[in-house]
Design a protein around this ligand. Structure first.
Ligand SMILES: Nc1ncnc2c1ncn2[C@@H]1O[C@H](COP(=O)(O)OP(=O)(O)OP(=O)(O)O)[C@@H](O)[C@H]1O
Length: 273
């Protein structure tokens, strides 16, 4: 396992020249989970996509990104494509957009796995069945034969986690993977992320608006505002001794929402700490 190092990342719109992410530097130690938190439009997704080298053509980026001794920003398109999936895996907010809507889940998965590994069809199904059982997708044949629109958002997210289990990447980047889900599915998917980390020992970058999720998963937290990192540090410090006004605002806002909810529900048991 290797550290993921982002050094002086800058992203801008090549047409307008507008800076979207400015001088962003951070390290995710091997096996640790970094949460990126910030309001809408603060540059969280662009940062994740820059690591994957998946930002749109109209955007430019400078700065270096390393995974151990591999300089991701210097790889050719062919080389980075090999690394996506095997070493880096991106899990998106909307499972519907991750799978081809005109193919069954099984054929999308087979295509991804065949691209990376020379497994036979039965080997692939065997591995996926095991991984799907691990994320509580029990009726695996029915699910593999379904189209994305026939599955719920929570099932599609768990399907992506199952795929990550099979691909065993070194780094999992999850861009708001629970935002589009109802509260029960959010809780279940979050549990699966915790298990994924335990199982693979992978490094994780987890983008979330939800400080409850962040508290559950993250070792380190990075707070972004208007394309700039305003604070970074150990999760416990961010929650208990935030230094920046904006971080204090986020933490206080969460605490007051929780207190309000607690008063409404008449106790602690419903609050997601
Ligand atoms: N392809 C693009 N071309 C131009 N500007 C873009 C492009 N993609 C994103 N942006 C802009 O870059 C800024 C950061 O976007 P980004 O998607 O990283 O925000 P975010 O923090 O992930 O927000 P959210 O929580 O809403 O997903 C926003 O102002 C957005 O409008």
């Amino acid at each position: 396992m290797k550290d993921l190092v982002v050094s002086k990342l800058r992203i801008w719109d090549s047409r307008s020249g507008a800076a979207l992410v400015e001088d962003s530097s951070f390290t995710v130690k091997a096996g640790k989970c970094l949460a990126i938190v910030g309001e809408s439009g603060s540059g969280k997704s662009l940062t994740c996509r820059a690591i994957m080298r998946l930002n749109k053509a109209g955007l430019r980026q400078s700065g270096d990104i390393w995974l151990g001794d591999i300089k991701l920003t210097a790889l050719t398109e062919k080389e980075i494509r090999r690394i996506r999936g095997t070493k880096l895996c991106l899990i998106l907010q909307n499972g519907m957009r991750a799978f081809d809507p005109s193919s069954t889940i099984g054929s999308s998965v087979r295509e991804t796995l065949a691209w990376h590994y020379g497994w036979s069809r039965s080997e692939m199904i065997g591995k996926m069945a095991k991984a799907m059982t691990a994320v509580k997708l029990d009726d695996y044949l029915r699910i593999l034969n379904s189209y994305p629109h026939q599955l719920s958002g929570g099932m599609l997210q768990r399907m992506m986690i199952a795929l990550a289990i099979v691909l065993e990447p070194e780094v999992v980047i999850a861009d708001e993977p629970t935002t589009a889900l109802d509260t029960v599915s959010q809780f279940e998917v979050l549990q699966q992320f915790a298990l994924l980390r335990e199982r693979l020992g992978c490094t994780m970058v987890f983008v979330s608006h939800d400080l409850g999720c962040v508290k559950k998963l993250a070792d380190e937290v990075l707070i972004m505002k208007n394309g700039v990192i305003v604070e970074k540090g150990a999760a416990s410090d961010i929650f208990h001794a935030p230094r920046h006004d904006y971080t204090r605002y986020l933490v206080t806002a969460k605490t007051s929402v929780n207190q309000h909810f607690r008063r409404l529900m008449g106790g602690d048991s419903f609050v997601f700490h």
